[in-house]
Design a protein around this ligand. Structure first.
Ligand SMILES: Cc1cc2nc3c(=O)[nH]c(=O)nc-3n(C[C@H](O)[C@H](O)[C@H](O)COP(=O)(O)O)c2cc1C
Length: 325
């Protein structure tokens, strides 16, 4: 399939794996890229800029296809060494960067001078327009369904994607709730040029996480995610578990008096326990409503091939059939 996104990133299929904390290592990115999509290494999970340079080199050993690096700009006190990460990306010859969190204006001149294509992930049309204004090449439009941070507007993709199509001049991909060929065709129909997936790629053979994480996603339905940290204006969609229910109780009790310190046990330092040790009640971990559509743990190649076959059938047979006299 050929779209503005496959052309921009030099990939076979318009499918991107979004950055995922403690998941987006070289193994994950290479598996997606080898299957014809765009895999993404998550810079902040890897450690220092030197570690990122090593991770990029490791990924290059595993694939000769293009892959991206995610730079997430977090509202945290100890600012990560973003200039160092950008240097590692440029010196590592990476040609695609996914930015997320805050506006990436601070890194744009360096990335653009190095000929890197930047796709900014955002959850509203106004942020997408800002990304366009500061020179991003594409945006990833992350709807309310998404795993991770859906923002505070709560607009699902059925409205957000056509709104983005009406306003944007640069190409965009859908993100949030995407899982299969139906998702891809629907995204294309609503004006996107491809789709971005997190939770679906987390539940693949190659995702370098504990088996318990994948089993939990397969077992979950679309009713099993919760929104946490809304009172802190840092809303995150997570899989429910004991720690998350405890956190929600605290949010109810403390109301707008709540501070980050009140929820620190349920959200800080949780990812290694979940992703590496498989301790599924350790705290809040990002997961999308799309878990309800995930019933297996395929390889990335099987997943992407299946999506493309399904999309082809929907476009040529099902939809085409409606037009037949
Ligand atoms: C476990 C997990 C961790 C994530 N970590 C990050 C991250 O560090 N940075 C980021 O930009 N997005 C992160 N995301 C969001 C994804 O890149 C993607 O936008 C989102 O998962 C799309 O929604 P979906 O899960 O419905 O596919 C994460 C998502 C998941 C499921």
């Amino acid at each position: 399939m050929k779209t503005a996104i496959t052309e921009m990133f030099g990939i076979e299929h318009p499918i991107i794996q979004g950055g995922m904390h403690m998941v987006g290592y070289a193994e994950m990115a290479a598996a997606v890229s080898n299957a014809g999509g765009l895999g993404t290494i998550t810079a902040l999970s890897v450690g220092s800029p030197k570690d990122l340079a090593n991770e990029i080199a490791r990924c290059r050993d595993m694939t000769d296809k293009p892959f991206a690096v995610n730079l997430t700009f977090l509202p945290i006190v100890n600012t990560p060494d973003y200039p160092g990460f950008v240097k590692a990306i440029i010196e590592g010859g990476v040609k695609a960067v996914e930015t997320a969190g805050r506006n990436p204006a601070q890194v744009m001149p360096y990335l653009k001078d190095a000929g890197i294509s930047v796709i900014h992930k955002c959850t509203s049309v106004r942020h997408a327009l800002k990304a366009q204004e500061i020179g991003c090449d594409a945006v990833s439009v992350d709807g309310f369904e998404c795993g991770g941070h859906p923002g505070e507007d709560d607009i699902p993709n059925m409205v957000l994607l056509p709104r983005a199509a009406d306003e944007l001049e640069i190409p965009f991909v859908s993100s949030g709730g995407q899982a299969d060929g139906r998702s891809l065709v629907a995204s294309l129909a609503m004006g996107a040029q491809g789709m971005n997936m997190g939770t679906r790629f987390l539940c693949t053979q190659e995702a370098p996480v504990h088996q318990n994480v994948k089993d939990a996603i397969v077992a979950a339905s679309e009713l099993d995610t919760r929104l946490v940290m809304r009172p802190l204006r840092n809303t995150e969609r997570v899989m429910t578990n004991d720690a998350v229910e405890r956190l929600i109780e605290k949010e109810k009790e403390l109301g707008d008096k709540i501070t980050f310190n009140d929820v620190i046990n349920e959200v800080a330092g949780v990812y290694p326990k979940i992703m590496k040790d498989g301790d599924m009640d350790a705290g809040a971990w990002s997961c999308g409503m799309v878990a309800g559509l995930i019933n297996d743990i395929p390889t990335c190649q099987q997943l992407i091939d299946r999506i493309m076959t399904e999309a082809d059938e929907i476009i040529t047979k099902r939809l085409g059939g409606f037009l037949a006299a």
